[in-house]
Design a protein around this ligand. Sequence first.
Ligand code: TYD
Length: 132
Amino acid sequence: MNLVKKVALTNHCDDRGSLAVIEAGKDIPFQIKRIYYIYGTKHNLARGFHAHKTLKQLFVCVSGACTVKIDDGKTSNDIRLDSPSEGVLLDRPLWREMRNFTEDCVLLVLASEGYDESDYLRNYEEFLDYVK
Ligand code: TYD
């Protein structure tokens, strides 16, 4: 089973360059309450290692590339994010690990809720128990 939900963003490309659009409720199935981005990540380091109970997120690698591992407790898939013209939707409790960041990687994350530590599952066993 492929857990990766790719979202093709509308890209307006002309001879000046490209403009990608993400509209809440239209391109993604949630309202955006928070935006953050991960950058300056060392190539040999990994991040993430958690899931969310209710948070929905869209990941877009707006510069460079990184690999995201997505795991639902039964299956796991790796996806290389290397294009600012598409995103990946994480819309249910999915364990994620990000690695193999290029030096210029900027991983943009749009989130459905504000930061709430109680929504995190930071322990893999706890995550497996939550999704079973
Ligand atoms: P962390 O969850 O460790 O990042 P990653 O998923 O990439 O491994 O977050 C790093 C720090 O940033 C941690 O101290 C929590 C803080 N943080 C916020 O304060 N607000 C946020 O919206 C996010 C995503 C993280």
